[in-house]
Each structure stands twice: as structure tokens, then as C-alpha cells.
Ligand binder design. Structure first.
Ligand code: PBG
Length: 326
């Protein structure tokens, strides 16, 4: 009887290592940090155990840890003291993430700083752009100049990568032009152009205090049911000059990551979002699953085609990689 002997290559740990197709390395990891303008705060986010809101004056300790673990990039999200209808805190030269970036660059110049270009953490209504009073919807074109201003102020603060997550049409083209005009031709854009209107962002909105006060984000973020639409977003962002593409969320959207991989040569970033973190972390803390599910989830994103992963598990993963357990 002739049949295939697949198990020969599973005989031992070394054998399995030899034929492993997908690997996770520290180079893949981007660690999100929530920075609060209020001083002296280090508070755990209730829906995200192990994730903290941290004040600027305590941020260095966190960065010491990140650097010691060999994590090479961070993305900062800001929680300002005051919010207003225009989200002015987002494009203030001394806004919270701009200052976090300066502090990080002062202590760890090599650590790559990615800044999220969006207004939702800074608007009192919690939406990602300006609200048109007639429609109560975001005003796409009126929001673009403010987003450009935000990106330029972030580049001025020393950001290495600009990551716009606002989902206004034309944001990549406008931000690219704005950065170029301000002398930041060399700064790449990591576009969150494939961003679904997802309930998996719930815990983030707790952490960033950015839940919309009315309505939702479905007129600008994508319908979770759509796959072809993601290809149209990819094509337009490519044309407009994006350097990297984020797919967000990640775990329920692995098919989209694969579609992007098959269509584009751009580096792809999977955003392992707050709800994915909270679900996994809670199940592990309750003893329902072994913590090895975390690495399995990361590998699934890479296997789908992601090059990089933004994840709240980055510190945990870096530690495991150091111990040779991943
Ligand atoms: C918007 C932004 C969001 C996330 C990252 N950037 C929230 C949103 O669109 O409501 C979510 C990330 C996560 O859930 O971990 N600035």
C-alpha cells in the first residue's frame, strides 16, 4: 500500500523546527502605548489587564522596559486633558503624543516612533474628523487639512512613521503632500486604509477615552462584510503614496490580510486590536486556555501574509522570544 508519510517531518522538535514555514521575531512587533496628559498616572485599563494609561513623567520607565526587551518600535496614543469640537490637541505642537515622541527620542533615539494621525482622541464628540452640523456626519474634505496639520506636527516632533487611521477619503494623498511640502519627504506613511467598523475596538475606546458621543463610525470605516472594497482601498492608498498598509482588526480578517498579500508587494501590518487582546487575555487569566494561544494567533497573522504586528502582547512575546520559548 502506498500512501504519503507526512509524519516523518514531525518526528522531533529539531525536525519540526527545520521545516517550520512561519516565524515570529522581535523585528515584527510594534507596541502600543497610551499616554495621558495628566501627570503621575499609571493606571491599568479595566478592560485590558496588563495595559496601562501612563503619564509623560512616568513614560521613561515604560520605555526602559521596552528597550531592554529589544522591541524596536512603539505607537503612541494620546489622552489629552481637554477635548474640543475641532480636536485641536491632535495638531498642537506640544500635544501629548508629540511630547511623548520627543521624550522617547531623547532617551532612545533609535526606537522607532509611530504616531497615529486621527482626531478621535481629541474631539469632544469622539469622531475621527470634523462634524458637519447639517448632516451630523464627518465632513471629509474639511477634516483633511487638520489631519495634514496633525501629521506635520508629528513629523516635527520627530516621529519616524506617520500612521493615519482616520479613514477620510484622500487622507494619504493629502498627508503625503503636506509632509513633502513641510520638508518631510523621507517620512513613510503606514496607512490604516483597510480599517473595518469593528466592535473589537471597544476596549481601546475605554483606554483612549474616544467612544463617539453620538452615532458610530460606519460612514467612514468599512463594513465587515466587504472583501472587494478592501482591494479598492488598497489600490487607492497605493496610488496616493502609502508605504505600508495596515489591516485592522486582524484575527477575524485574516482572509483580507491574505488578499492584500496576494495583490501588493507593500509591507503589511496586522493590527491585533484591543478586543482581540481582551478576549485572549481574559480566557487565559480564567484558565480556559494555555497562554501559548498568543503565539499561535501571531503566527496565524504572519501565515496569512502580515510582515508586522501591532500588538498589546508585544512585551510578553519579546520575553518569550528571549527565553527561546517561541
Ligand atoms: C483611531 C484608532 C482606533 C484604534 C486605533 N486607532 C479606534 C477606533 O477607530 O475607534 C483601535 C485600536 C484597538 O482597538 O486596539 N484613532
Amino acid at each position: 500500500m502506498n500512501f504519503d508519510r507526512h509524519r516523518r517531518l514531525r518526528n522531533s522538535g529539531f525536525m519540526r523546527d527545520m521545516v517550520r514555514e512561519t516565524h515570529l521575531s522581535k523585528d515584527d512587533l510594534i507596541y502600543p502605548i497610551f499616554v495621558v496628559e495628566k501627570p503621575d498616572v499609571k493606571e491599568e485599563v479595566p478592560s485590558m489587564k496588563g495595559v496601562y494609561q501612563i503619564s509623560l513623567n512616568l513614560l521613561k520607565e515604560e520605555l526602559d522596559e521596552v528597550a531592554a526587551l529589544g522591541i524596536k518600535s512603539v505607537i503612541f496614543f494620546g489622552i489629552p486633558n481637554e477635548k474640543d469640537a475641532e480636536g485641536t490637541g491632535a495638531y498642537h505642537d506640544h500635544g501629548i503624543v508629540q511630547e511623548a515622541c520627543r521624550l522617547s527620542k531623547k532617551h532612545y533615539p533609535q526606537l522607532l516612533v509611530i504616531l497615529d494621525t486621527c482626531l478621535c482622541e481629541y474631539t469632544d464628540h469622539g469622531h475621527c474628523g470634523l462634524i458637519d452640523p447639517n448632516t451630523q456626519d464627518v465632513d471629509n474634505d474639511a477634516s483633511l487639512p487638520l489631519l495634514v496639520q496633525t501629521a506635520v506636527s508629528q513629523a516635527k516632533a520627530g516621529a519616524d512613521i506617520i500612521a493615519p487611521s482616520n479613514m477620510m477619503d484622500g487622507f494619504v494623498a493629502h498627508i503625503r503632500q503636506g509632509l513633502d511640502d513641510a520638508g518631510y519627504r523621507h517620512i513613510p506613511i503606514m496607512s490604516y486604509g483597510i480599517k473595518y467598523a469593528s466592535k473589537f475596538y471597544g476596549p481601546f475606546r475605554d483606554a483612549a477615552e474616544s467612544t463617539p458621543s453620538f452615532g458610530d463610525r460606519r460612514t467612514y470605516q468599512m463594513d465587515p462584510a466587504n472583501r472587494l472594497e478592501a482591494m479598492r482601498e488598497l489600490d487607492s492608498d497605493t496610488k496616493e503614496g502609502a508605504d505600508m498598509m495596515i489591516v485592522k482588526p486582524a484575527l477575524s480578517y485574516l482572509d483580507i490580510i491574505r488578499d492584500v498579500r496576494n495583490r501588493s508587494d507593500m509591507p503589511i501590518v496586522a493590527y491585533n486590536v484591543s478586543g482581540e487582546y481582551a478576549m485572549t487575555k481574559t480566557a487565559i487569566d480564567m484558565g480556559l486556555m494555555d497562554e501559548e494561544v498568543i503565539a499561535e494567533q501571531m503566527i496565524s497573522m504572519k501565515r496569512a501574509g502580515a510582515d508586522l504586528i501591532i500588538t498589546y502582547f508585544a512585551k510578553y512575546l519579546a520575553e518569550k522570544i528571549d527565553k527561546g520559548e517561541i
